[in-house]
Design a protein around this ligand. Sequence first.
Ligand code: ATP
Ligand code: MG
Length: 367
Amino acid sequence: MIKIKKRKILLLPGDGIGPEVIQEVKKVILWLNSNKSLDFEIDQDLAGGCSYDKHGTPITDEVFYKALESEFVMLGAVGGPKWDNLDFSKKPERALLKLRKELKLFANLRPAICFEQLVDASTLKPEIVSGLDIMIVRELTGGIYFGEPRGIKPIENGERKGINTHSYTTSEIVRVAKVAFDLARKRSNKVTSCEKSNVMEAGQLWKEEVQELHDKEFKDVELSHMLADNCAMQLLKNPKQFDVIVTDNLFGDMLSDQASMLTGSLGLLPSASLGAKNKEGEMRAMYEPIHGSAPDIAGKEIANPIASILSFAMALRYSLDLDSEADALEKAVQDVLNEGLRTKDILSEGKKEVSTSAMGDAIISKL
Ligand code: ATP
Ligand code: MG
């Protein structure tokens, strides 16, 4: 087992707007180092398409080793049309999947928060989304994305069959449910567990195990079960009924994308992918904005860095237990939005447009 170096951060800016937004995170880290004596050690390297271009692989062993010994990874985004036609094994996204799987980052936390200043950016009515604050916990290393058997096989009559297997073990379910219950205790104390127990055995097991864990260790948390299709509908109808939603890899992928759009702000939302704590209380983790590499706006200095900066705030909170620094950074973001500063993606009438780096500078000035 490779030892984790305290306070060592690996930046993997990646492709497209990744380097532009991670540059702003780097400025925040350097500011914290000089003004709060936080002693972060930063390393930066290639992952994704840029790594393929230089080394012929989306992530080298050397970079992967650096990720293993870092306290956490801050990722920008990977991929873009340039690499769309590569073999599956060489695609930029493989870097992400490898990091998630090999670092055993089984819990993906995706907050969907409606920023008061941007309520009008949502596609839903203000009264439905105003004050919205949901945390979706998606299982990230199991389920149908990884289950065996899988593949495309020839069968009779020249037909082919595509196979994927949806499966979960007790321990896979329990460890992610635990994360959800723990989070709920620090929030509004409510967990909604989503599956399709009406048609899937793995969903039935999911429901039973979450209930059993609740009854044993989290009786104080309000637990409800919801079928994933109903959850998709409820997210549009009455999203404020939710506090923490916990669900599997596939449903989590879809429900979290759906929830993020309730807020109308792809450029604002962060994410965290967390592993298990070891005996020393250390945990591997990766933080990244939920948006992709946005090749259409790369190099134009208009990308919104807030999603990445808020991802770093999640790192302060979950990897480093620096809650007050995380609060301060989140508050700084609110302050600049209150002042009317906007990057192009969230610009509205009467607000002031700023570039990626001007937004980063403004946030730092509020710290
Ligand atoms: P991926 O497949 O990597 O998730 P995607 O196809 O879902 O990518 P994104 O790259 O996430 O797409 O972006 C979709 C669009 O949203 C972009 O084309 C861009 O215009 C806009 N966008 C995404 N992120 C930002 C950002 N940080 N700032 C401004 N606009 C953004
Ligand atoms: Mg996407």
